[in-house]
Design a protein around this ligand. Sequence first.
Ligand SMILES: Cc1cc2nc3c(=O)[nH]c(=O)nc-3n(C[C@H](O)[C@H](O)[C@H](O)COP(=O)(O)O)c2cc1C
Length: 303
Amino acid sequence: MIKTHIRIGKTILKKPILGASGCSGWGNELLRFNDFSKIGGFVTKSITLNEKKGNEMPRIMETYGGLLNSIGLENRGVDYFIKNILPEIKDMECVKFLNLAFFEKSELEKMIAMLDSREGFDGYEINISCPNVAHGGISFNSSAADATSLLSGVRKMTEKTLLLKLSPAFEDSFEIGRIAEDMGFDGITFTNTYIGTAVDVKSRSFVFKNKQAGLSGPAIKPLSLMNVHKMRKKISIPIIAAGGVRTADDVLEYMILGASAVQVGTQLLVRPSVLEELCVELEERMKDLKIEDINELIGSIKE
Ligand SMILES: Cc1cc2nc3c(=O)[nH]c(=O)nc-3n(C[C@H](O)[C@H](O)[C@H](O)COP(=O)(O)O)c2cc1C
């Protein structure tokens, strides 16, 4: 019997495969394409305290082997989520993490206070890594000192599983990962998108109003593999890897380098049934490679 269970904090994932934030909607959109009792779970799109309109169009552009996005965290706010979305998703038979984004620390604290006594989800993925919103022009994730003051005290607010999502754009991400481990976070989601841009040659202007956008998809996989490897050297809590996952071998590559699970983002936009299909493919590949327990694979890279 092949074993694919993974533990992250208090959460047990049946399969080490989750839908990534922003590409899984609120989960219910994916139900038509995936049997949720057969997948690991998903992370909701980012929720903010108040409704957020998002960036001007265009917000998405296909690139060679990837996708640039500049969505800007559009959502209806936490109150709307609690009243309208949580009742819809609470009974889904898979793990659910709520991705929380914020502009001031007090907003994060208010959101956790409003959500934490409720049932129907397993934990939070705290997002300090969005490349598409500016906070005085600086990303929260760009300095370890900023991140430390933002995150201190958060662990005391919840007993649910607590993940921190980090950007690959800053060298401080590795130090922030270590600080989060010391603070008692249960895992690190790595990586968010890479900062990129695109130019409209006719008008000689940036394609995106924000100038920059986040690059995702197969093009970033080698970069994220290396970043996961570097993060593994810094921390010992679980890493949930993200970046261009499409195939079972992509999952295995990340896990051999030290990830405990992976998230699938852009590929969901191409193949919405990929979560269930990938879980089946993973078991088949494990049989081929005579791997009985997925846990034996984590961090097994020969150096
Ligand atoms: C269209 C789109 C929207 C996204 N929105 C969010 C978001 O709201 N919050 C977040 O933390 N990450 C967001 N991401 C980043 C993904 O969750 C993931 O970290 C990244 O895309 C890398 O994985 P991938 O290469 O499999 O897409 C978004 C990505 C895409 C492509």
